[in-house]
Design a protein around this ligand. Structure first.
Ligand code: GDP
Ligand code: IMO
Ligand code: MG
Length: 423
């Protein structure tokens, strides 16, 4: 019997680290293909499976399933040395890449120059810095947009590569000597030897696979509030993290995006600078940071903590046209006597009608909160919605009502098995 065509998109819908990888891993059991369509090694995606921890930066999380095909699409920016190291690390953990990883020859390259530019720009910005991950993401995307970037497929053409690299340095006002340039080209040639077998035109494959009925899962990195266009600009990343980024990033027709799930943590976190209206600094914040292990996967930085912001969350749910929600790390809230959900922002006596497009001045903005009772019980072993404490169910219902979408999945722990499926 012919199988139905299907694609599923899983997007982080706040400021990243919503436990996308956990959700992708859970839903990925039935996917034939998992695709990263934007971002690069700024992502840190953690999966815990049978007590073993796996961290993915540029490699799609679907790699953990032994037969799932994984794609790194055009819209990403890839550090060839970093990717080689990441793959070697995962190989050492027993993951077999052969015939399963497909990298688009048009994916942008992150070069050592981009990492230097990333850190020098942050230094120059001083107290106005973005708080980037230092992975060279912004400068690499800037060069792609400025049409002077290098792409994965350029590595196959040494003469062309040398010309493009020289021109890139020149455009950045740098003039490396011949020995330095030769050294960099030799290093790139060695990374290419490792990667070349995986590089192809994956957009063609993706469309073929979809039409033949394979199920394709798109794995977002970062989150919608970090989208370069619709996020909390300028405190954003440099790619399109929202739903439309799937299509432009993977070369996948937008009308083939069959279902979109948004991942939200049961509370708020943010790493790096930028407005975070519901941020808290008290003992509850510290408790959540410790219990939720809220330290960056990529940089180790302590994450900022806050209450669930339903104003920002509704904005991103609407932007992405979400079909359903996945709420994660609910277990972390166990034992907190009272929980808050932000339902509005006030500036003076004006209640903002929606998440504002201009940089939010926190000095003049007051969040409005709905206060709900917490619950005591450890919920890490709960596998049915009905078995959650009443207060936990009411907390989820409040989120569902405010976002006007059904919750389809609740995560109550790191492990694949600690997941509640609804419907
Ligand atoms: P991602 O970048 O969105 O994939 O998220 P990260 O991997 O950076 O951060 C999520 C963290 O929470 C990881 O350390 C996960 O192992 C962990 N995690 C995922 N789901 C749950 C959950 O339901 N409860 C708890 N306590 N931890 C979780
Ligand atoms: P995952 O995929 C959380 C943040 C940085 C900084 C801003 C710009 O694990 O959710 P960049 O290095 O991209 O130029 O930094 O974006 N940031 C993330 N925050 N999770 C991520 O990825 C992030 N990737 C970038 O902290 O504020
Ligand atoms: Mg992360």
């Amino acid at each position: 019997m012919e199988r139905e065509m299907s694609s599923l998109t899983v997007l982080g819908c706040m400021w990243g680290d919503e436990a996308k990888a956990k959700v992708v891993d859970f839903l990925g059991a039935s996917a034939d293909v998992v695709v990263r369509f934007q971002g690069g090694a700024n992502a840190g995606h953690t999966i815990v499976s049978e007590g073993k921890k796996y961290v993915f930066h540029s490699v799609p999380s679907g790699m953990l399933y032994p037969t799932t095909r994984c794609v790194i699409a055009q819209g990403t920016v890839i550090d060839p040395f970093g990717l080689r190291e990441e793959m070697q690390g995962l190989m050492a953990q027993g993951i077999d890449f052969s015939g399963r990883l497909f990298i688009d020859s048009r994916a942008g390259l992150v070069l050592p120059l981009h990492k230097e530019l990333d850190s020098s720009k942050e230094e120059q910005l001083g107290k106005n810095r973005i708080g980037t991950t230092g992975k060279g993401i912004g400068p690499a995307y800037a060069d792609q947009s400025a049409r002077c970037g290098l792409r994965m497929g350029d590595l196959a053409h040494p003469d062309w590569l040398r010309k493009r690299l020289l021109s890139l340095y020149d455009l950045h006002g740098q003039n490396p000597d011949a020995a330095a340039l030769d050294k960099e080209l030799a290093a790139l040639a060695s990374a290419w030897e490792f990667l070349r077998g995986y590089v192809t035109e994956v957009d063609i494959l993706l469309r073929e696979w979809y039409l033949q009925g394979d199920s394709i899962l798109f794995e977002g990195a970062q989150g919608t509030l970090l989208d370069v266009g619709f996020g909390t600009y300028p405190f954003v990343t440099s790619s399109h993290t929202m739903c439309g980024g799937v299509s432009t990033g993977a070369g996948f027709p937008p009308r083939w995006l069959d279902k979109v799930i948004g991942v939200y943590k049961a509370y708020g976190t943010r790493v790096g600078e930028g407005p975070f209206p519901t941020e808290i600094f008290d003992v509850t914040a510290e408790r959540i940071r410790v219990v939720g292990n809220e330290f960056g996967t990529t940089t180790g930085r302590p994450r900022r903590i806050g209450w669930f912001d339903a104003v920002a969350a509704k904005y991103t749910a609407d932007l992405n046209g979400l079909d359903g929600l996945a709420i994660t790390l609910l277990d972390v809230l166990s034992g907190i006597p009272e929980l808050k959900i932000c339902t509005g922002y006030w500036q003076g006596d004006t209640r903002l009608p929606h998440y504002p497009s201009h940089h939010l001045d926190l000095e003049s903005t007051q969040p409005e909160y709905l206060t709900l009772p917490g619950w005591e019980a450890d919920i890490g072993a709960v596998n049915k919605l009905g078995k959650l404490p009443k207060a936990a169910r009411e907390y989820l219902e409040a989120i569902q009502d405010l976002l006007e979408r059904p919750i389809e999945l609740v995560s109550v722990g790191k492990e694949r098995s600690q997941t509640i499926v609804i419907n």
